[in-house]
Design a binder for this molecule. Structure first.
Ligand SMILES: [Zn+2]
Length: 61
């Protein structure tokens, strides 16, 4: 055992990485492919709110 129990999470939208688990301002959402949950960083979660409203066009990025 290394004692390193940090959880690395990656933003599903922009790929930002958080080494100590998702920060409180990140959001968790169900994966569209039904493979569990994915994390979205604070900035992207705001963007996603708009994108979801607009049917999530992949071209916005
Ligand atoms: Zn992000």
């Amino acid at each position: 055992m290394s004692g390193d129990d940090t959880v690395t999470v990656t933003c599903a939208s922009c790929g930002a990485v958080a080494d100590d688990g998702p920060p409180l301002d990140w959001s968790t959402q169900l994966s569209e492919r039904g493979r569990g949950v994915e994390h979205v960083c604070a900035r992207c979660s705001r963007e996603n709110l708009r994108s979801i409203e607009a049917r999530l066009s992949p071209e916005w990025w």
